[in-house]
Design a protein around this ligand. Sequence first.
Ligand code: BV8
Ligand code: ZN
Length: 246
Amino acid sequence: MQIDKLLIDKLKSARSVVFFTGAGISAESGIPTFRGKNGIWNKLKPEELANFNAFMQNPDMVWEWYNHRKKIIHESVPNPAHLTIADMQKYFDDVTVITQNIDNLHRRAGSNKIFELHGNIERNYCVKCKKFYNEELDFSEGVPKCDCGGLIRPDVVWFGEFLPQDQFKAGEKAAMNADIFFIIGTSAVVYPAAGLVYTAKQNGAVLVEINVTETEISSIVNYSFLGKAGEILPEILNKYKTAVNL
Ligand code: BV8
Ligand code: ZN
């Protein structure tokens, strides 16, 4: 795969590198994506599962879906794409991950500056009093309830819900200050998260897309690599390290 010398030169002069990631970066860890040929949404409608009303109408079904995903996540490990991003922290002053994923794999890979736009499957809270329950939940008597009687839900952002403002604002700031903005494994159709690609572009970042297919934003990026993130990212880092004799 041809890695443009210009991109390597831009990496050599970069201070702030940002990785905007979606479900595709975890595909090689065995975690199914949402859209695309074997995406979750092909069988189930997001409206039926990833929204508050669906949860209140049928909390058992929604929890069954999240517990199924949690089981897959707990059986998964970070793949070379997550690990390379964590590794990049050794070579660049400022490496930021802005993820739409809830699978916690960037943290498990060793990244330490992460903004989670859509929450995290390891956290839960009460729909009534917002009390957090982050230990293992007990489903022996059905959907777990809070001491106040409220239902406990996963701490993830559903359709029609606001993103956590602290995470989104911090992600926006990182996008505005990025020298290089990688867009990895996302169909870039979910907003306001996908809007950060345009924020980065408008503020002068070099956009680098890594995806197995073309996407909504392929026409506006500076570099587009068609292929698996777990193969392309390590290659880019190796080319960079050779260029700077590391
Ligand atoms: C909100 C829950 C304000 C957690 C998810 C404009 C502005 C604001 C809102 C909207 C707007 N237009 C529409 C909306 C509404 C909506 C929206 O964007 N709808 C879309 C579908 C049109 N947005 C919202 O509702 C957001 N909230 O706006 O609040 C508000 C409040 C009240 C009233 C009005 C507005 C909330 C959005 C978050 C929804 N939650 N999930 C969970 O269960 O995970 S969405 C779901 O999609 C996931 O969170 C996921 O992160 C997100 C994006 O999907 P991707 O990560 O991109 O995954 P996908 O499968 O699509 O793509 C994978 C890609 O990887 C593919 O391109 C594939 O080719 C590639 N790939 C595969 N393998 C590999 C690979 N690439 C590289 N290597 C590989 N090996
Ligand atoms: Zn409560």
